[in-house]
Design a protein around this ligand. Structure first.
Ligand SMILES: [Zn+2]
Length: 424
């Protein structure tokens, strides 16, 4: 297995990665563009683009912004509403996996930015059944979240005749450099299916369980080509127009809006994924069990590229967090009604044989991951650290440690007398 000489990403990255003749990955190369682009010109371009959508007659909303209450969501909504003067409609696909801190941050976003908000909640039994189907068929317990959160905003935009959806950063550009910033890639039906949903569409789940029919999959079914053509919905990524720096963005959001952060089991990043019990835990653990890398690898790669983290320190962080079995797994198994053995039987067939080996006693050994690979820390292609930056941990308004249940629906408004996620 090859690892990037700079950011430590492995060659089996699920979003596809290529290495140049210096052993530096495509994600690192595209990241270098960030230091060359004239961002003032890009912001003017964004201004001109957004102006076309401002105050269109016959509609109250200028754009749709998908949110779950992350720090990046605050950044995007604040920018679009307060800097560029658009009136956004915020939309959320309910993951069913919300944490207390996540519920409060989403309520805080709606309250502080004073925006209208719509949420799509699919029946819990349907979601549990879909989780089981996608686990058994694709070794994936998180498909419904990816599919739902990519679909609901487009459904809303199409139905309400709002021709613009504003997304944050394009992960395929930012992580692996599949596109350049100059490509101005937009979100399309094709991009969604091929990348966001790993080639699996809602129709692929039909016929596997009699509990899940076409009717149950409405929340995951993209509008037809005819509907899309008629409404001409565009999906823009803000990351193509501003220097995307999540850590700095969230620091500002903490300062400006009181965003709460939280420690996580499988990564040192206290800003991202904290809204969801499973994003950086069970879902991420499955990624490790399949490919031998995980979210901590994403965070290390990003911080190295932003010249904030030394490669050796990055390797230490990956070593510390990568194999951690999350406590959240027990909560998930209890919720979905599966044993750990059944769960592992679903994941095992999808282990990448370049990384995982089955030993003679039937156990899996991670022989190909970075943990058992000798990494050259001085290849000459490392970036010098210019500013190390810690992730802040804020004080939580409510104790989260003893709380081990998902919140299906929490509060959507908060003030000083009413900040609790689930109770008065
Ligand atoms: Zn790299």
């Amino acid at each position: 297995m090859k690892y990037c000489n700079r950011c430590l990403y492995p060659e089996n990255h699920a979003l596809n990665i290529i290495f140049d003749n210096r052993g530096v990955c495509s994600g690192c190369r595209v990241h270098e563009e960030k230091y060359e682009i004239d961002w003032t010109a890009k912001e003017k371009e964004l201004d001109a683009l957004l102006s076309q959508y401002k105050g269109r007659p016959g509609t109250s909303y200028d754009c749709v912004i998908p949110v779950v209450g992350t720090g990046d969501d605050f950044f995007v909504v604040d920018l679009v509403k307060n800097k560029y003067g658009l009136n956004p409609l915020l939309v959320t696909y309910n993951t069913h996996f919300s944490t207390k801190v996540g519920v409060r941050n989403l309520a805080r976003l709606i309250t502080e930015l004073d925006c209208d908000h719509m949420m799509s909640t699919v029946g819990p039994d349907t979601i549990k059944e879909i989780c089981k189907i996608t686990l058994r068929k694709f070794g994936d317990m998180y498909w419904h979240v990816l599919a739902g959160s990519q679909t609901f905003p487009v459904q809303v935009a199409t139905k309400l005749d709002i021709p613009l959806i504003i997304w944050g950063v394009n992960g395929w550009l930012d992580q692996v450099g599949m596109f350049s910033h100059h490509d101005r890639v937009e979100m399309t039906k094709k991009v969604r299916k091929e990348h966001a949903m790993r080639g699996i569409d809602a129709e692929d789940l039909i016929g596997i369980s009699d509990k899940v029919t076409h009717k149950d999959l409405q929340a995951f079914t993209y509008p037809s080509d005819a509907q899309l053509e008629k409404s001409r919905v565009r999906g823009l990524y803000i990351g193509n127009y501003v220097f995307w720096d999540s850590q700095k963005q969230v620091e500002n959001v903490i300062e400006k809006f009181g965003y709460e952060t939280h420690v996580q089991e499988r990564t040192y990043n206290t800003y991202e994924s904290i809204h969801c019990y499973n994003n950086a835990s069970v879902h991420d653990y499955v990624k490790y069990l399949k490919f031998g890398y995980a979210k901590v690898s994403d965070h290390v790669a990003r911080d190295i590229r932003l010249k904030r983290l030394e490669k050796s320190k990055g390797l230490q962080l990956i070593t510390k967090y990568l194999p951690v079995k999350p406590k959240a797994l027990g909560v998930f198994l209890d919720w979905v009604g599966m044993s750990e053995r059944e769960f592992m039987d679903c994941v095992d067939p999808f282990r990448d044989s370049r990384v995982w080996e089955k030993t003679s006693d039937g156990r899996w050994s991670c022989t190909g991951s970075i943990l058992s690979h000798s990494i050259d820390l001085q290849t000459g292609h490392e970036l010098e650290v210019v500013e190390s930056r810690d992730y802040k941990i804020t004080e939580l308004l409510e104790d989260q440690t003893s709380f081990n249940e998902y919140i299906l629906l929490g509060r959507s408004f908060m003030d000083v007398r009413n900040y609790k996620a689930v109770e008065g």
